[in-house]
Design a protein around this ligand. Structure first.
Ligand SMILES: Cc1cc2nc3c(=O)[nH]c(=O)nc-3n(C[C@H](O)[C@H](O)[C@H](O)COP(=O)(O)OP(=O)(O)OC[C@H]3O[C@@H](n4cnc5c(N)ncnc54)[C@H](O)[C@@H]3O)c2cc1C
Length: 260
């Protein structure tokens, strides 16, 4: 078994460390911050907790798999909450839209009821395109390992796949192509702006985010998403992962430092 160092105690680093430790490796995580979780921050005010980074859990199956394979079920550690309403949008003209937690059809209906016109049908068409993008990118990007040039070359897609992803198009281009209503375009824009990106520059493939939410469901975690980080930190330490906080990795030596 190997001695492995993981850099960073965000969700990615901790998930990786837990999986490796569960296989019997000796794993140490070096983290720049004084705490685990990376972007999963939280603040308390007036008796309430607020997530400062992510707040919505999507694809819980990924975490269910991680927790099962590293010891015990996810639901033994956290409570996942179904959402009747995932988001409430308030537009400048006073229109309100309550977006359901799951179901492209339900979401399209809600959009049609609030915004009227052709908005429901246009949303369905937008989601159909996002579904195609998801099916083309899911396997190579999310479920495969990339090991340098060879695995990148294996991704040289067929022309149709590249057309589907539209790598030269922005999220705003895609919204303008499918949607007429400026309020709906603003709604799509926010899938770039909520992480600080510009929809006029962010890739069209970001349309897969609302698709994933509506297709597979959007959930909350009781106590906020940092609780999911806590559960993963506890799982990792339980199975032997060692954490060192306040430790910034400055350099990764790829050549042996000492004569062999
Ligand atoms: C405002 C906002 C809202 C979001 N909302 C959602 C949401 O609702 N749902 C969702 O699923 N996703 C959301 N995301 C995305 C989600 O937060 C990230 O995808 C996820 O947290 C990334 O985890 P990570 O482990 O890859 O990276 P990070 O969380 O960034 O963790 C990286 C860690 O590595 C450490 N590190 C980096 N360099 C070094 C070094 N040299 N030495 C030591 N340590 C180092 C950092 O300190 C950090 O702790 C949101 C993101 C933002 C910013």
């Amino acid at each position: 078994m190997a001695n492995i160092i993981v850099i960073g105690a965000g969700m990615g680093g901790m998930a990786c460390a837990a999986r490796l430790a569960s296989k019997g490796h000796s794993v140490q995580v070096l983290e720049h911050n004084e705490t685990w979780g990376g972007k999963l921050g939280s603040v308390e005010h007036g008796g309430y907790k607020f997530d400062t980074g992510p707040s919505l859990l999507t694809l819980p199956a990924v975490y269910r798999d991680l927790f099962l394979k590293t010891g015990a079920a996810l639901e033994d550690s956290i409570e996942i909450v179904d959402l009747e309403t995932a988001f409430r949008y308030q537009f400048a003209d006073g229109t309100t839209l309550k977006m359901p937690g799951t179901g492209i059809g339900r979401c399209a209906e809600a959009i049609g009821d609030s915004l009227g016109g052709k908005s429901a049908d246009q949303w369905r068409a937008f989601m159909r395109r996002a579904a195609q993008m998801w099916s083309v990118t899911r396997k190579p990007f999310l479920e495969s390992e990339l090991h340098g040039l060879k695995s990148l070359l294996a991704l040289s897609w067929r022309l149709n796949d590249i057309k589907t992803i539209a790598p030269t198009k922005t999220l705003r281009d895609m919204a303008n192509h499918y949607l007429d209503d400026p309020r709906l375009i603003t709604l799509v824009d926010r899938y770039a702006t909520y992480t600080g990106s510009d929809p006029r520059q962010a890739p069209a493939a970001l349309a897969t985010v609302p698709y994933i939410e509506q297709m597979f469901g959007a959930y909350h975690v009781s106590g906020g998403l940092r609780e999911l980080g806590r559960a993963l930190f506890e799982r990792a330490t339980t199975i032997g992962v060692k954490f060192e906080f306040g430790c910034t990795v400055a350099n990764i030596a790829t050549e042996p430092k000492y004569p062999e």
